[in-house]
Design a protein around this ligand. Structure first.
Ligand code: NAP
Length: 236
């Protein structure tokens, strides 16, 4: 019997988890919803770095580690590759292909917060879709800017930042309304490659709004890489 530890936290990982039987384990950090209707076991919380993960793999007699985490969750992916080396457990990864710019897009890649703030300088009304990081900078909003920040959970903004709590998938019409209502003149995004959050890019293109894209992190080399859930399930 092969026992799998599946590292998740994104839609595709849940789709894989749904195919796993009761001997396998689906692992989540615990910031989102924890499914209660799976046949496999579900565990929640960190392992304590690569060494903690390696110890878990050994203690639980895991034969295959699958990293199906978000493309920007670089720490857990690095930990998975390291734990795989430490224990000799094979590691497979599901790596979502990045979005590609289309004709009419004005995408500008930035590598971190400082570079992003510099690139935002000419704009007045950015829409941030990066998760919670911008919340730490609400007191640094330049006087000419009004921010709109979308994150999974709503939380207080301030007089120059509206925070919207919303989970995808997002519809094209709703994204159009949001850009119009908040008069968005620049979009800030990761390149998550997710179909669920892609319509904002269509609206940016329609309106001629530039997109500042946070560069994808480098991910480690693992034993096998898959680009779709179906390919990975077929290999299993
Ligand atoms: P990260 O920086 O790569 O990981 C931070 C720490 O969280 C890891 O060192 C690990 O703690 C723990 N962790 C992460 N994923 C885990 C999992 N599936 N099971 C158990 N522990 C896990 O990750 P992040 O960017 O904060 O993302 C956290 C989770 O949210 C990930 O599972 C990711 O798939 C999901 N997510 C992330 C994003 C994003 O934009 N980053 C978007 C959507 C979903 P220990 O070192 O203690 O083991």
């Amino acid at each position: 019997m092969t026992r799998i530890l599946l590292l998740g936290g994104v839609t595709e990982a849940l789709a894989i988890a749904r195919t796993l039987g009761p001997e396998h384990v689906y692992s989540l950090v615990g910031i989102g919803r924890v499914p209660t209707d799976l046949n496999c076991q579900v565990r929640v919380g960190g392992f304590g770095g690569a060494e903690g993960l390696a110890a878990y793999l050994q203690a639980e007699h895991i034969d295959l580690l699958i990293d199906a985490t978000h493309p920007y969750a670089a720490q857990i992916s690095a930990n998975a590759a390291r734990a795989s080396q430490l224990t000799g457990t094979p590691c497979w990864a599901l790596r979502r292909p990045a979005w590609q710019a289309q004709p009419g897009d004005d995408w500008r890649e930035v590598t971190g917060w400082a570079e992003l703030i510099e690139a935002l300088r000419p704009f007045q009304r950015p829409l941030f879709t990066l998760g919670r990081e911008p919340l730490q900078h609400l007191n640094e909003i330049p006087p000419q800017q009004f921010w709109t920040l979308r994150a999974l959970e709503a939380c207080p903004g301030n007089e120059r930042c509206e925070v919207i709590g919303a989970r995808g998938p997002f519809l094209l019409e709703d994204e159009r309304r949001l850009f119009e209502r908040r008069q968005i003149d620049v979009l800030v995004s990761k390149n998550s490659g997710s179909v669920a959050t892609e319509p904002k890019l269509d609206v940016a293109r329609e309106r001629g709004v530039p997109v500042l894209i946070l560069k994808r992190p480098e991910l480690p080399v693992v034993d096998r890489v898959f680009f779709t859930v179906d390919e990975l399930i077929a290999a299993l």
